[in-house]
Design a protein around this ligand. Structure first.
Ligand code: XIL
Length: 316
């Protein structure tokens, strides 16, 4: 049977990849498939490069989890997407409950991004420097960064990251920007604004956490619109969940949905690759986050390929 990264690269993409997480590395059967670079040419750490994992106390950095992901990927000749520098979630309490001024938080963001991206200099294809900055209505998310620094936190993080690793592609990553609408428009306006001011931005990540039967029909259009602004795009966290229990009909619709996402990326030259948010239902974040939902990945919990896998192959 055809292999997902092989077909992606044959179609001109840089990679087909998967998220993973360090606790999963003790599962030999899981690791064998993850490490097969004919399936996955790229890996994203699902948690171990986040702020709470990498700078749990101010100025004290711990890179062991992220290093393990990078060394696994390098051993398998796989690319790495760094995830992430600045996000409202999974922050250590010193960030969320610090008493910040614009100046002190600027210094903290600068130091975090600079130290994190420097540590992995040369190891990372692309970095999600900013994750999930917008609300669904396109307004800025109210978090410690925006509330203290306004939109300036985006500039600070991107500039620090560029200086730290000039060869890494710097991304802003979000969900619900995969179809036309207020949130996608807000992201396009941000890209235009950054570009007009010379702030470094190379890519936009469309997370792609979808529901079976609800993949936006305008996904290709949106990707073309981003690319027209002079950035690349990637599907960075694809999974397509369903209300459990799974049925044959739902699995068939899921196959069609996966195929449609891949087809859209395939049709846009500036869409560089697709990453699934772990490849197996065994380790998906979905059931613990969306009550009653699951079965979102292309491999089932026994590491057996589902119809969705054939949809991916058909899409490339
Ligand atoms: C998720 C991880 O997969 C989970 O293990 C963790 O408990 C919560 O975060 N959008 C993102 C990712 O950008 O970082 C999130 O990852 C999923 C949603």
């Amino acid at each position: 049977t055809a292999k997902s990264n092989t077909v992606a690269q044959a179609a001109g993409k840089k990679y087909f990849g998967s998220a993973t997480d360090n606790p999963e590395f003790t599962d030999a059967a899981y690791l064998a498939i993850l490490s097969d670079n004919t399936y996955f040419g790229q890996i994203t750490p699902g948690n171990s490069m986040k702020w709470d994992a990498t700078e749990p106390e101010q100025g004290t950095f711990t890179f062991s989890g992220g290093d393990a992901v990078v060394s696994l990927a390098q051993g398998n000749s796989q690319l790495v997407r760094g995830h992430n520098c600045v996000w409202y979630n999974q922050l250590p309490s010193w960030v969320t409950s610090g008493s910040w001024t614009n100046a002190t938080l600027t210094a903290a963001v600068q130091n975090h991004c600079s130290t994190l991206v420097s540590h992995y200099k040369g190891d990372i294809y692309s970095w999600d420097i900013i994750n999930e900055p917008f609300n669904d209505d396109g307004t800025w998310r109210s978090d410690v960064f925006y509330n203290t620094m306004g939109t300036y936190f985006v500039d600070v993080a991107l500039i620090a990251a560029r200086a730290a690793d000039p060869n890494a592609k710097l991304y802003i990553n979000d969900y619900n920007i995969e179809g036309t609408g207020a949130k996608a428009t807000a992201m396009m306006n941000l890209v235009s604004n950054l570009k007009s001011r010379g702030i470094p931005i190379d890519g936009i990540g469309l997370q792609g956490h979808f529901i079976v039967g609800e993949v936006p029909t305008t996904i290709q259009t949106v990707m073309e619109q981003f690319v027209a602004l002079g950035v690349e795009v990637a599907i960075t966290e694809l999974d397509i969940r369903m209300t459990l229990p799974e049925t044959d009909a739902l699995l068939e619709q899921q196959k069609t949905d996966y195929q449609n996402v891949i087809t859209a990326c395939n049709a846009v030259a500036g869409c560089v690759g697709v990453t699934i948010w772990d490849y197996t239902d065994k380790y998906s974040w979905v059931p613990s986050t969306f009550s009653g939902q699951g079965a979102a990945c292309p491999w089932d919990a026994n590491l057996i390929k589902k119809p969705a896998y054939d949809g991916i192959i058909a899409g490339f």
